[in-house]
Design a binder for this molecule. Structure first.
Ligand SMILES: CSC[C@H]1O[C@H](OP(=O)(O)O)[C@H](O)[C@@H]1O
Length: 343
């Protein structure tokens, strides 16, 4: 799989997901502001991928700080962290990754600045490498839930493209496929930004995993026909009570799954679990530009100019609609999560 994001020759290189599926193009970010713009414009997206990319953005920003003494260096790094932290509000991985970079910085106060810069880059790379390992561990646990011959529905893109590699929900699907299970995937197109149509379909076809694309209003009918046996999606933030914020439309899929007696799973690493946020009601939901709804790709209008638009990027699925949360440590009921992940 093409790397979602990587440190390459002194820049942060990312696969420009806004150009997929028709163009496979890379964006070389030469400063932290370009990294922030890429996150804000969904050139890189997906909760874990946002965290990894922000960490690399902090490391990139650090390289350009001219201060030669630690206190001044550390102080100069704070506005860089803040600039990355305000790109998107919902995926807690962004704040988790920036906080981890700040903690690393604090541990280096006795080091010379060049060594600090190198250590920050190493920490960002460690976050990237860890994310891939977390996805593979989740995949292993989650694959046990999928039986040979089943059809699995997923919403949005929680794949390699949404992580440092391998994926969360698609990591579960990938692992089941790699175990030889003959599964079929149903991918919701996921209006308005079409991560399912543009990214999940593309990603699964790259791996030759059978995928059928549907529009967002078709899931219920397929469930009623008995054509879907399990749902698995990603997450942007999981609250302490097990409520899950994920791409808009996830709640509808969860309600439909419940109504049809279909297991509904969420796959997410520990970096998506936010025990400081008590319930889903406390999760900030990003509101995005209305052009995402009224046009295709910002150009072809599909609604009258000036129409009122509601465009939340995420919704919250209450814990009671979730069968289990697939993590790198195993599969847990939402109510068990706080105990399992209390630091
Ligand atoms: C592996 S979590 C991916 C998660 O992020 C997506 O949102 P966006 O594309 O806006 O970053 C979506 O909620 C996915 O489930």
């Amino acid at each position: 799989m093409i790397p979602t994001v990587e440190w390459k020759n002194g820049v942060v290189r990312l696969l420009d997901q806004s150009r997929l599926p028709e163009h496979v193009e890379f964006l070389d970010c030469r400063d932290y502001r370009a990294v922030a713009d890429a996150i804000r414009e969904l050139k890189v997206r997906g909760a874990p991928a946002i965290g990894v990319t922000a960490a690399l953005g902090v490391a990139l920003g650090a390289q350009a700080v001219s201060a030669t003494e630690f206190p001044a260096f550390a102080q100069a790094l704070m506005p860089i962290c803040d600039h990355l932290a305000v790109t998107r509000p919902t995926a807690v991985n962004l704040f988790w990754a920036i906080d981890r970079m700040k903690k690393k910085l604090a541990s280096l106060s006795a080091q010379a600045v060049p060594a600090v810069k190198a250590a920050l880059l190493a920490e960002a790379q460690a976050i990237l490498d860890e994310d891939i390992a977390l996805c593979k561990a989740m995949g292993k646990h989650g694959a046990e839930l999928i039986a040979n011959g089943q059809t699995v529905l997923t919403h949005c893109n929680a794949g390699a493209l949404a992580t440092a590699g391998y994926g969360t929900a698609l990591g579960v699907i990938r692992a089941a496929w790699e175990q030889g299970k003959k599964i079929q995937v149903i991918a919701d197109e996921t209006r308005p930004v079409l991560q399912g149509a543009r990214l999940t379909a593309w990603e699964l076809m790259q791996d030759k995993i059978p995928v059928t694309l549907i529009t967002d209003n078709m899931a219920g009918s397929l469930m009623r026909q008995g054509k879907i046996q399990l749902c698995v999606v990603g997450a942007d933030r999981i609250a302490a009570n097990g409520d899950v914020a994920n791409k808009i439309g996830t709640y509808s899929v969860a309600v439909l799954a419940k109504a049809h007696g279909i297991p509904f799973y969420v796959a997410a690493p520990y970096s998506t679990i936010d025990l400081k946020t008590k319930t889903g009601a406390d999760i900030p939901i990003e509101q995005r530009n209305s052009l995402e709804v009224t046009t295709i790709h910002g150009s072809h209008p599909i609604a009258p100019a000036g129409v009122a638009v509601y465009n939340p990027a995420f919704d919250v699925t209450p814990a009671e609609l979730i069968t289990g949360i697939i993590t790198e440590r195993g599969v847990f009921k939402p109510s068990e999560l706080a105990k399992q992940f209390a630091s």
